[in-house]
Design a protein around this ligand. Structure first.
Ligand code: C2E
Ligand code: CA
Ligand code: CA
Length: 327
């Protein structure tokens, strides 16, 4: 009964709405808690249903989920991370790590800036865990600004053939004044704009909102390059490659991993490289973990390579040492 009601609600909301000349889609996530199995007071039941709804959202939206005890533990851990994150920046707990990006002949060409957080209260927390929470509570905006500034400052002191790639979350991109922040940081750090690459995921482009398009245009007008991260994992629509001025595609590491065993993945890698090159877009393969993967990707014509086989993400001093021994 509960399930069929949840399905009915999801189904009804999923019908497209025609508003003027646009078709809009609404998604929903439903959490379910049951009296008396999960609790007896209305407050408890609502709180548990809310926890289950959060899990349903995490599962990709348009789902319903029943509350379970383990969800409560996960929710408490999430709350601890959320609380500790509010003071991470002012306590100097964030760190910039750099992962080298190299040319096919092994020369360092650039770096990807990756955020690290060593919380005084919780110890090290990995980005896959804290970034989604920072996106929910909005702290990704100041944290993202911090890493952008740090990465540009470091890049300004590196040889000027090196590019610096910084990940920008969807939430940052939609925050007011993001292009202005980029411009201010370029001026403040003195880095040549063309050396800065901003990585966004297909999710940002899929939003297809005018403000996203305008922000990208303003950023590109500053001379900064745009890269699409995790290419091929979203609901890729090739049409946006035409509409958005992007200069680099990053082949997701899941394709690099499965390419050795699976012909279909290898076909996809070939297709991405060929398509990118015919549109004058550079291709970076990420997640290169073995020599065989490296050789195959070089043979296929990837412009740049990145992965543990070449180097793990490194603290700045170790990154500089890597640069010295590689040139
Ligand atoms: P991403 O942007 O796709 O970054 C690449 C991730 O792959 C990094 O994980 C990196 O350490 C890892 N990696 C590199 N080489 C290999 C390899 O050979 N094999 C495997 N299995 N993994 C490899 P990390 O640093 O844990 O970051 C995870 C994700 O968190 C990033 O994925 C990115 O989406 C997000 N993230 C990290 N730093 C930032 C940031 O400053 N801002 C934003 N918005 N997101 C960030
Ligand atoms: Ca990235
Ligand atoms: Ca990626």
């Amino acid at each position: 009964m509960v399930e069929s009601t949840a399905e009915k609600i999801l189904h009804m909301l999923a019908q497209p709405y025609q508003i003027e000349d646009r078709e809009l889609h609404i998604g929903a996530s439903i959490g379910i808690a049951v009296i008396p199995d999960d609790g007896r007071s209305a407050d408890d039941i609502l709180r548990y249903a809310d926890t289950a709804m959060y899990q349903a959202k995490q599962a990709g939206r348009n789902h319903y989920k029943y509350y379970t005890q383990s969800m409560n533990e996960a929710a408490q851990q999430r709350l601890r991370i959320d609380t500790a994150m509010h003071t991470a920046l002012e306590n100097g707990e964030l760190q910039l790590h750099l992962q080298p990006v190299v040319t096919p002949d092994g020369k360092p060409a650039g770096a990807e800036a990756l955020m690290r957080w060593r919380s005084a209260a919780l110890g090290p927390v990995m980005p896959d865990v804290f970034i989604p929470i920072a996106e929910e509570n909005g702290l990704i905006v100041p944290m993202g600004q911090w890493i952008l500034r740090e990465a540009c400052r470091v890049a300004a002191a590196l040889p000027d053939y090196m590019f610096m790639t910084v990940n920008v979350s969807c939430v940052q991109f939609r925050s007011r004044g993001f292009p202005q922040t980029v411009q201010d940081i370029l001026v403040e750090t003195g880095i040549e704009p063309s050396r800065l690459h901003l990585e966004i995921t297909e999710r940002v482009l899929m939003q297809d909102v005018e403000e996203v398009r305008q922000s990208i245009e303003r950023i590109v007008d500053l001379g900064v390059s745009m890269a699409i991260d995790d290419f091929g994992t979203g609901y890729s629509s090739l049409s946006y490659l035409n509409r958005f001025p992007c200069s680099t595609l990053k082949i997701d590491h899941s394709f690099v991993m499965s390419m050795m065993e699976d012909q279909a993945s290898q076909g996809l890698v070939d297709a991405i490289i060929n398509m990118g090159h015919s549109l004058h877009i550079h291709i970076i393969a990420e997640g290169v973990e073995t020599e065989q993967q490296l050789e195959l990707l070089k043979y296929k014509g990837c412009d740049f390579l990145q992965g543990y086989y070449l180097s793990r993400p490194l603290p700045i001093d170790e990154f500089k040492a890597f640069m010295h021994q590689s040139v």
